[in-house]
Ligand binder design. Structure first.
Ligand SMILES: Nc1ncnc2c1ncn2[C@@H]1O[C@H](COP(=O)(O)OP(=O)(O)O)[C@@H](O)[C@H]1O
Ligand SMILES: [Mg+2]
Length: 259
């Protein structure tokens, strides 16, 4: 029988335990305890001859498995922060580590692979492809990564059950309500079992009841898979269910509260 290990990520950043099929526990000393680490990150944009500091010196450590709500008024740097975490944008100075890997040390190819395999994204405007069915939209990130439909189909179907959209799997996105589209988008973000899920105002276009439902699903999906979730939101209810709330103002962290 091949040796299999079951890795228990822990939230405190201390040693993690690995259990194998024989019930033996092994302590792993450095299992990259932080899902996300930002070290003195600055992001400046040149805008109309002036420099705008969208991110103005952020130090932040997010342990694996944490559900973090990022709040702050418009222009405070929330989207810039998520783009940096996603490796879509690059800091002007400072360092970002995702799962212990320093993004600036990765080749373009390795960065693309990390984004594709370890990060799931959810957007305010859903970004579902209108020519594909619900099920095809959910499978798409896996198909683009070369996984076969035979392999990913059952994963997509299970996720659609979890977000209670299985009955609409053959529908086109435009026939769905906003909340339904976002639930499909959640399934799509999780189809490759990412370690990190980034959601930029996914409830910005939803009424408050639907917003609460989507946030609850995002939290449950992430928790069941021990994924780290960073949710940008204006919804105080959403922030209330998070493990931690980080507030930005003018590109700085002005409040960081854990529950
Ligand atoms: N590509 C860009 N070029 C110039 N300025 C930008 C760019 N992206 C963001 N900014 C500026 O950076 C600041 C933070 O923007 P953003 O991260 O989008 O804030 P939020 O998502 O909190 O509304 C704003 O002042 C914005 O105008
Ligand atoms: Mg934004």
């Amino acid at each position: 029988m091949p040796f299999r290990a079951y890795h228990t990520r822990n939230k405190t950043g201390g040693p993690a335990f690995v259990h194998n099929d024989f019930g033996v526990s092994i302590i792993v000393l450095n299992p990259s305890p932080w899902a996300v680490q930002l070290i003195d990150v600055v992001r400046e944009y040149a805008s109309g001859g002036q420099m705008v500091r969208a991110i103005d010196g952020i130090r932040l450590e997010i342990p694996a498995g944490q559900f973090v709500a990022v709040m702050g008024r418009s222009g405070s740097g929330k989207s810039t922060l998520l783009s940096l975490l996603a490796g879509i944008d690059t800091p002007s100075s400072g360092q970002i580590l995702i799962g212990g890997e320093a993004l600036h040390r990765l080749s373009d190819e390795a960065l693309t692979r990390l984004r594709r395999d370890k990060i799931g994204m959810v957007y305010q405007f859903f970004n579902l492809l209108s020519t594909l069915s619900v099920r095809e939209n959910v499978m798409l990130p896996a198909l683009l990564a070369g996984v076969t439909e035979t392999e990913i189909g059952p994963v997509a179907d299970a996720l659609l059950e979890e977000v209670r959209m299985a009955h609409r799997r053959d529908a086109r996105p435009h026939t769905l309500s906003g909340g339904e589209m976002q639930r499909v988008a959640l399934a799509r973000a999780l189809v490759r079992s990412p370690e990190l899920v980034l959601a930029d105002e996914p409830t910005g276009n939803l009424d408050s009841k639907t917003a609460d439902q989507v946030v609850g699903m995002l939290r449950d999906l992430g928790r069941a898979r021990r994924a780290t979730v960073v949710l940008v939101t204006h919804n105080p209810e959403a922030a209330a269910v998070a493990d931690r709330t980080v507030e930005l103002s003018d590109g700085r962290i002005v409040q960081d509260v854990s529950r």
